[in-house]
Design a protein around this ligand. Structure first.
Ligand code: AMP
Ligand code: ZN
Length: 468
């Protein structure tokens, strides 16, 4: 399996730090609003990378944070007359709903920056002790960028060029030793959330958060660190400077970055009026369509969001889901018994599409070609199944099809929602069971409903229910 490493600017064979395991960190969103469809791209792409690694048999520890302290969150709280905590909590919940809609698996751990402040203070203290950081007179702690010899290795920037770009930024009264130095800890401003530290009451800089959360949940040396390409500089460059100076080992072996999502070939921005949240898209399309659309291009190619392309994605997805329904329909009345010789041959042939899929995915996660292989399998299914097919043959074919769709996160069978009438009937049956003191049956029904996401509440007026 090969992947493109931003650090070396080439495709490299993937060799994990620890055999059979993948430690992967993906920078998560800052939670001050509903996520937009640009934010959804790294989520979908790296969820698919994770799924493919799992398909290959790796045990993947996948960590993705929520940045829940930031100027944007604080501003939103002021605007709404509420607290930063309330804003971030609300949008983390909303983000998780969108993730579920896009069939993005929850991370092994979703750390929150505000819960990891102790670790940040510890790492900053270590950097000061090692001479890589210094507190200024006002309590701000800066990273001494020039001291880190490898600075610029990820973004392939030369530190002297950076210095030239910064020359006029350093103003009199600036407390930094050098214009390139960046903030690790900053003093609080009136009305802002803050934490106590040895330097001042304040809050962490953005970059230190990820260095610390990655270390805590994955260790000093990880396999893959990922995010959108705008994070290469300065965010990931600064993370490397912090982590490698503090820990004394290489931070991450591979760095993966997705290209941007544009709208009608323009950068998405609020002021241009071409800005969509995932929630808005969900009003028009099943979010499975958004997922499928994102995977229709290679993750390192810019992707253009347009109504036409979304319609194309919708049609493509429908072809896949219809093929699955077709097999399921045949399965219901298929005959048991041995596979015919012809079926055995056909199964063998269908494997070639799985091989094609793997070849595409092994080549830096080429989901576009992976999807083509799935379409070829769809065509094969439509031409090589009939009412005469045996059950064993259909089962095996369906398994192969579903395995590939699972890697892409395409859902072939939507769980039907329980109808209100069915729920009411079960509740009535539970009441009757209770009357007869058949409590085990009553509990069984309550559990069954809970499994379907129906929560019961016994009140004086009777049983009330709601969907979770
Ligand atoms: P943010 O909340 O701005 O830190 O962004 C969260 C993630 O979304 C980061 O990995 C960004 O690189 C990524 N991202 C933001 N905008 C876009 C976009 N238009 N296309 C692709 N990725 C994006
Ligand atoms: Zn980060």
């Amino acid at each position: 399996m090969k992947l493109y490493n931003t650090l070396t600017r080439q495709k490299e064979e993937f060799v994990p730090v620890e055999e059979g395991k993948v430690k992967m960190y993906v920078c998560g969103p800052t939670v001050y609003n509903y996520i937009h469809i640009g934010n959804a791209r790294p989520m979908i792409v790296f969820d698919t990378v994770r799924r493919y690694m799992e398909y290959k048999g790796y045990d993947v520890n996948f960590v993705s944070n929520f940045t829940d302290v930031d100027d944007k969150i604080i501003n939103k709280a002021i605007e709404e007359g509420t607290s930063a905590e309330e804003v971030s909590k609300r949008f983390i919940e909303e983000c998780k709903k969108d993730m579920e809609g896009m069939n993005i698996n929850p991370a092994t751990t979703h750390p929150l920056a505000t819960q990891e402040i102790d670790g940040m203070i510890e790492m900053i203290a270590k950097l000061i002790e090692k001479g890589y950081a210094y507190p200024a007179a006002d309590g701000t702690v800066y990273y001494r960028t020039r001291k880190f010899k490898d600075y610029g290795k990820l973004s392939h920037k030369n530190i002297d060029d950076l210095q030239a770009g910064h020359r006029d930024i350093k103003v009199t009264g600036d407390l930094k030793e050098d214009a390139l130095d960046f903030v690790l800890w900053k003093p609080k401003k009136e009305g802002e959330p803050y934490w106590e530290s040895p330097w001042c009451n304040g809050r962490p800089g953005w970059h230190i958060e990820c260095s610390v959360m990655s270390k805590k949940y994955l260790g000093d040396e990880i396999d893959i660190h990922a995010g959108g390409e705008d994070l290469i500089f300065p965010h990931h460059e600064n993370e490397i400077a912090q982590s490698e100076a503090a820990n004394g080992v290489e931070f991450s072996k591979y760095w993966m970055h997705n290209a941007f999502l544009n709208i009608d070939n323009k950068k998405m921005s609020k002021s241009l009026g071409n800005f969509f949240t995932v929630r808005e898209v969900s009003e028009k399309y099943d979010l499975q369509v958004l997922r499928f659309f994102m995977l229709s291009a290679h993750y390192r190619s810019p992707l253009n969001f347009s109504a036409d392309l979304m319609e194309a994605a919708k049609n493509g997805l429908e072809r896949i889901v219809t093929a699955a329904e077709h097999i399921r329909h045949l399965q219901k009345s298929a005959a048991e018994g041995e596979l015919t010789e012809e079926e055995q041959k056909a199964l063998e042939e269908s494997k070639s599409y799985q091989d094609k899929f793997e070849t595409a995915m092994d080549d830096d996660f080429n989901t576009a070609d992976g999807i083509s292989a799935v379409f070829e399998l769809v065509k094969f299914i439509n031409t090589h199944t009939s009412a005469e097919s045996t059950k064993g043959y259909l089962d095996a074919l369906y398994d192969r099809f579903k395995t590939l769709c699972d890697v892409l996160g395409i859902i072939l069978e939507k769980e039907e929602e329980m109808l209100d009438a069915e729920i009411e009937n079960l509740i009535a049956e539970r009441q009757a069971a209770r009357k007869e003191k058949n409590f085990s049956r009553a509990d069984e029904i309550r559990d069954l409903l809970l499994e379907k996401g129906i929560i019961l509440k016994d009140t004086r007026e009777g049983v009330q229910w709601k969907r979770a």
